[in-house]
Write a protein that binds this ligand. Structure first.
Ligand SMILES: Cc1cc2nc3c(=O)[nH]c(=O)nc-3n(C[C@H](O)[C@H](O)[C@H](O)COP(=O)(O)OP(=O)(O)OC[C@H]3O[C@@H](n4cnc5c(N)ncnc54)[C@H](O)[C@@H]3O)c2cc1C
Length: 488
């Protein structure tokens, strides 16, 4: 069973009994809970479309370990083509559901494939062997996992070991012959609830004093002592028109508490090698910002689509300021995507041969996503008009006494049925003005790291020296023989 079906995925969730609290309730059936099911449906899509012949080779890959056909969300990138396909696949999926939520774990596992290899090279440890056994099992069982990296972090000025409470970053509290015991909490963990496993990484660079915090491992979601405190994007009950997005898809994040959780050694990928905390954080960030270069263009596809549709339904699509806004949205989407594709093409192998995309380009792509989303939403509001928030509910639209009035007065251009226009406004409301809209904004800004984290990386890693050399030669400060060779 290398490619699970949706039903097998749902069954795998039922086999585990994680401890989940949400809105004051202890959840006993995560699969059928109405507030959790829309998120599970998002993940289920990745199992359904892996069997769709239209996407064969995009949603699937060939395992470099077993040679078997596997879900691409369990794959370790073996070429630049794998990196390109990952960005394409992410855009394809996110056009349905905004955030496909299965990227975190595979971004973490690709980072671990390199870092475990490098730690073993330096210390003769067994982490890479642990990793290889784990990834083979992960691929063969088409496991759904997420990455819990971001710690709760307490006072941002202080390193983990200097915090007044030592548990504000996840750390090792006991080491034994069989394994380790970890304590602490992560937050913002997307998709812990619909997962089988969590991949846990450190969240920042560490010093020797922080070595107990240099810990990476995999843990099943129902491990003893692991607790999830969830909140959801609060989906709406399915009706006819209202909230077309939130009646189908959803997201849940958790505060993920490790209350002295035992991790057997074979699931540990780093334990105390503090100087490798930064490489794993950095690589995860590169891979995850690469994912954003696929999903955020898809969000812009949705926003552009609804704005263009409403412009047409309102009869303003030819107005110069409307065309300008739609053009700007197209530019934003394709800039982010171009960064993802170009970063993939410029990818290079590291460690055991895992391909890594270009770090500067993925950071630029994610930076555009995080800083442009608010403007994009403004553009939808401007183009759509105020009915993006004031459109009456479906209960009134279909009320026999009011329907004839609303049918007449909510009409835009004559040739478009009123119901189509109302439906488009309801989608605009769902994506930009209600419920899920807030999530889209905060997720674009902070997900994958806050904008400043990308600026720091871009400034640090961009080749300014070559540019200075060009200027020096052109200004006659250095001879033209020193003009830098173009390397693409
Ligand atoms: C919707 C969503 C989903 C997410 N999903 C996941 C997930 O699945 N797994 C996961 O591990 N993480 C996840 N994250 C976490 C995400 O990576 C963090 O939100 C991000 O790294 C910012 O961390 P923070 O939220 O703690 O904010 P903070 O770190 O508190 O940042 C707030 C501001 O303070 C600044 N700042 C922080 N520290 C310093 C400092 N020392 N010096 C100067 N400035 C500082 C930041 O630049 C930012 O401007 C998710 C986040 C969101 C919003």
């Amino acid at each position: 069973m290398v490619l699970k079906t949706k039903e097998q995925y749902l069954e795998s969730l039922k086999q585990q009994k994680p401890t989940i609290y949400m809105f004051g309730e202890k959840i006993t059936d995560r699969v059928n809970h109405p507030l959790l099911r829309p998120q599970i449906e998002v993940i289920a899509l990745t199992y359904e479309l892996a069997h769709d012949p239209r996407y064969d080779g995009l949603t699937t890959a060939v395992s470099h370990i077993t040679g078997e056909k596997i879900n691409r969300f369990t794959h370790i990138h073996q070429s630049t083509d794998d990196l390109v396909k990952k960005v394409q696949m992410t855009r394809m999926y996110a056009r349905y559901c905004v955030c496909i939520q299965r990227c975190m774990a595979i971004d973490a596992l690709n980072a671990l494939s390199i870092v475990t290899y490098e730690i073993d090279k330096k210390y003769g440890t067994n982490y890479y062997q642990n990793f290889l056994k784990y990834i083979e099992w992960f691929q063969r069982n088409d496991i759904m996992a997420t990455c819990a990296m971001t710690d709760v972090k307490g006072d941002r000025r202080l390193r983990p070991s200097k915090q007044p409470d030592p548990d504000l970053y996840v750390h090792v509290v006991e080491k034994g012959d069989d394994g380790i015991v970890v304590r602490g909490a992560k937050c913002h963990t997307t998709a812990g609830v619909p997962s089988n496993e969590l991949i846990v990484l450190p969240t920042r660079a560490l010093t020797e004093d922080d070595k107990d915090y240099a810990v990476a491992f995999a843990v099943p979601v129902d491990a003893k002592g692991l607790k999830f405190v969830a909140r959801s994007t609060v989906p709406r009950e399915r009706g006819k028109i209202d909230a077309p997005f939130r009646t189908k898809w959803g997201v849940t994040e958790t505060v993920t508490i490790f209350d002295d959780v035992f991790i057997p050694w074979e699931r540990v990928f780093m334990c105390g090698e503090w100087e490798f905390a930064w490489p794993v954080v950095d690589l995860f960030a590169i891979y995850h910002r690469h994912s954003y270069c696929g999903c955020k263009p898809a969000v812009t596809d949705m926003l552009t689509g609804v704005a263009a549709l409403l412009a047409e339904y309102n009869g303003v699509e030819q107005a110069p300021h409307i065309r300008e806004k739609l053009t700007d949205m197209a530019c934003t989407a394709e800039q982010m995507y171009a960064c993802g594709i170009a970063a993939s093409v410029r990818g290079k192998p590291m460690g055991p041969g895992t391909y890594v995309p270009d770090r500067v380009l993925v950071n630029i792509g994610k930076y555009i996503a995080g800083t442009h989303i608010y403007e994009e939403i403004y553009r939808v509001h401007d183009v759509a008009g105020g009915l993006a928030i004031t459109c009456p509910s479906e209960k009134d639209y279909f009320h026999p006494e009011v329907h004839p009035y609303l049918e007449k007065y909510l009409k835009g251009v004559a040739e478009v049925p009123t119901e189509h226009r109302v439906r488009a406004f309801k989608l605009a409301e769902d994506l930009t003005a209600h419920g899920f809209a807030g999530w889209i904004m905060v997720a674009s800004c902070h997900g994958g790291g806050s904008p400043e984290a990308q600026r720091i990386t871009i400034y640090r890693d961009y080749d300014f020296e070559t540019r200075k050399k060009i200027a020096k030669c052109l200004a006659g400060i250095e001879p033209m023989e020193n003009f830098p060779e173009f390397k693409g």
